[in-house]
Design a protein around this ligand. Structure first.
Ligand code: HEC
Length: 180
């Protein structure tokens, strides 16, 4: 009898423990979902959207107004220099990368798994790809946006852009910023 009671007690204890654990992991899943869309994450996404618009508008404007032939200083080079300066100052990390497999400069390519997956997603038709990561203990948002062939002038230096299909991205901008 004692043994049966002991066995029963154990199984009740086991059931309660399993139940408690499953409730706890539910709560954790919910809280990580909430964190994935917290106001701080939404602010970081909005900042990416704003920066993306500013940077792309500047590249188009510079190409339109200042670049007349192949010897002029390209907006792509200006963007790379600007992005290096901004990244060094610590505002956010930003890179201009190729999506065609034929970059003008070998260094301007997807460098890590996030950027490689991002390029795959953009080439399959997505207009945005992101991931939330922890870098040096800080929550960060990584995001990547496409660059289509926006102007005929782009082909002047990047000849193979002429082969790009309508709307197909030939490049991308990769962002890493603190979620705060
Ligand atoms: C005058 C020549 C020229 C024109 C016009 C030009 N680019 Fe570039 N582009 C370059 C050069 C040079 C680089 C390499 C910059 C560097 O790394 O310093 C580059 C780099 C890039 C990159 C990074 C990947 C790579 O190929 O290295 C992208 C994306 C890009 N350009 C897109 C564009 C788009 C879109 C346009 C039209 C709005 C454009 N470019 C117009 C010369 C040009």
């Amino acid at each position: 009898m004692k043994r049966i009671l002991f066995g029963l007690g154990l199984s009740i204890l086991a059931t309660v423990t399993i139940l408690a654990y499953s409730l706890r992991s539910d709560a954790q899943a919910q809280s990580s979902d909430a964190a994935a869309n917290s106001p701080a994450v939404q602010r970081a996404r909005k900042t990416v959207k704003m920066l993306d618009d500013i940077y792309k508008t500047a590249v188009v404007l510079i190409t339109d107004k200042y670049v007349h032939n192949e010897d002029d200083f390209p907006a792509g080079s200006a963007a790379v220099a600007l992005f290096d300066a901004i990244s060094k100052k610590g505002w956010h990390k930003v890179r201009l990368i190729d999506a065609t497999g034929e970059p003008y400069e070998a260094k301007n390519v997807a460098q890590d798994e996030f950027e490689k997956e991002g390029i795959r997603q953009l080439k399959s038709g997505k207009d945005y790809y992101e991931q939330q990561v922890t870098i040096d203990g800080k929550p960060m948002l990584r995001a990547i946006t496409p660059i289509p062939v926006v102007m005929q002038k782009c082909v002047m230096c990047h000849e193979h852009y002429a082969d790009a299909k309508e709307g197909e991205p030939i490049g991308a901008i990769s962002y890493t910023l603190t979620i705060e």
